[in-house]
Design a protein around this ligand. Structure first.
Ligand SMILES: [Zn+2]
Length: 166
């Protein structure tokens, strides 16, 4: 997934917001983005030797585990902003892995050995490589997520402006 991680984190954060603190939205958006920050390592350090989904941040087992720990932390410290933010951050990472499974190879059993999984294959028809993803029909799902996030943002902003009018 290329462009929909931040918007998907926004949508997930909006869904979580009533139950948690006001820090939920940015934490969730950050969590939905963080698994791909390993791309800096991939390009700048590793020299593209290892698929970036094989580093530890895209391990799907990491995110539910962190979510459970954050839930336990918040149950012990109900007033902890850090626990609330972590409980928003971790599902953002899980959402990232689910969305990447659409067309990106995800090693769902990692760190155990296994094969990568992608729901749909993207044939290599164009150069540069990323055009294959942008011109594949699954990119419409990314555009739909972006459009939904923009719509929800505009609706929420409209509500806030209405609330502040005298
Ligand atoms: Zn990713």
């Amino acid at each position: 997934m290329f462009i929909a991680h931040v918007p998907s984190g926004y949508l997930l954060g909006v869904l979580q917001r009533p139950a948690l603190s006001r820090h939920v939205l940015p934490a969730c958006m950050l969590g939905a983005t963080v698994p791909d920050l390993n791309l800096f390592y991939f390009y700048l350090v590793d020299g593209r030797q290892t698929h970036h989904h094989q580093y530890f941040s895209p391990w799907p087992s990491l995110w539910p585990g962190l979510t459970i720990l954050a839930g336990l932390w918040l149950s012990l410290r109900r007033d902890s902003t850090s626990a609330a933010m972590t409980l928003a951050f971790a599902p953002g990472g899980m959402l990232h892995m689910l969305l990447d499974s659409f067309v990106g190879d995800i090693w769902w059993l990692a760190p155990l050995p296994g094969q990568p999984f992608a729901l749909f294959g993207v044939p290599a028809l164009h150069q540069p490589w990323w055009l294959n993803f942008l011109l594949h029909w699954t990119f419409a799902a990314e555009l739909a997520i972006c459009a939904a996030a923009l719509l929800v943002y505009r609706i929420r902003r409209g509500h806030r402006q209405t609330e502040h009018r005298p």
